[in-house]
Ligand binder design. Sequence first.
Ligand code: 2M8
Length: 434
Amino acid sequence: MPLRDYIEKAKEVLDKNWMGEYTVPSVHLYPHQWNWDSGFIAIGYSRYNMERAVREILHLFEAQWKNGMLPQIVFNKNALGRYFPEPDFWRTDLSPYAPDNILTSGITMPPIHGYAVLKMYENAREKDRLIPFLKFIYPKLIKLHEYLYLERNPDDNGLIYIRHPWESGMDNSPMWDPVLERIDIDKVDIPEFERKDNKIIDPEQRPKDIDYKRYIYLVDIFRKNRYDEKRIFEECPFIVIDPLFNSILCASNEALVQIADIIKEDYKKPEEWFLMTARAVRDNLFSSEKKIFFAYDYVQKELIEVETAAGFMPLFGGIASTQQALKIYEHLDSLSFCRLGEKNCFAIPNYDKRKKDFSPHNYWRGPVWININWMLYQGLLRYKFKQKAEHLEITIMELPMRFGFYEYFDSFTGKGYGTKDFSWTAALFIDLAY
Ligand code: 2M8
């Protein structure tokens, strides 16, 4: 089948998931609007339908909290009852900052939006027509980053923390195991709840019940504290500095500097934020011996030495020094992840393949994800690892073409897992195919 037919198929996936004002990740599994998904989706749309790209971002930012937080989920009032947890569980109405008349969750996600908006501008054929949008959205993007630097930056050094695995986007990554295992589910009170995800998708491909108990325990802490960041920070056992989140933040800070330049705004703030976070990540999260960046457990005050694809993401954020980039390249291009010329491997799996608990089919514990590989591709290009970047580009396009627009893929066979017709797989495929 010619490439243009696959592009048409990808567009059909996005049409199916388009709700009139925004796009759901998947009609069955995720029937609401998701924070970072919309960033990736807007990048895809901007290749062929700028109006939708703009509406996607505008709808998400309508739900921005009064303190600047951009919520992980904006709920579709017509689809309530199909996902867990939904507003009745989050109770964000207890927070003075939640938006009026819009239902959201009470956590955030990796702030890809500054980067996505700049990509939209770069892809625009009539750039002038996008200027009013840039002017409108720029202060909102600044407000989001301001929230992170004011409320999530406890040492004032630019290392931003997340307070729930869902905020990382890599929910059940093995990176979070050591932190979550400290929550003794037999000793703490966990509210009653019923999962919906594992009735729709094979439970073998989803997080375990014990993971969900801990996720829900954390949400309960948030709502009991009425989403007050200071009180949550004191009580929450999951306070973690994630290299993925901080790298994406850096990429967006850099994009905000460029957007400011285009619309003739002052760019001092994002420039300072970029330098501060980049330096802090370089100096504190890198292991020269293990050739990767690690997450940091702020409660235990130690690095979490678990090798996942998040540890390569400082390439995407423009954070890694040349020395660090060369080291992490060796690791990324090894049998632990996927080596150039290696047989039976597609792109970069989310976890070191040689670890005992690596799983080729379980969610964020091993499979290949298109958004992560798309960001790694951008990072490899940036650091001039051209051959590897091209290889990644080819393999991540091959996956949906051969196996369908799935949510994630088997790192050895390429088989698709999770939900079918997944929006960011389609959107980023379109971006690469154009
Ligand atoms: C997955 O996460 C949600 C919770 O946010 C879930 O499992 O219910 C993750 O893959 C996340 O990164 C993604 O944004 C979301 C929607 O696609 O699904």
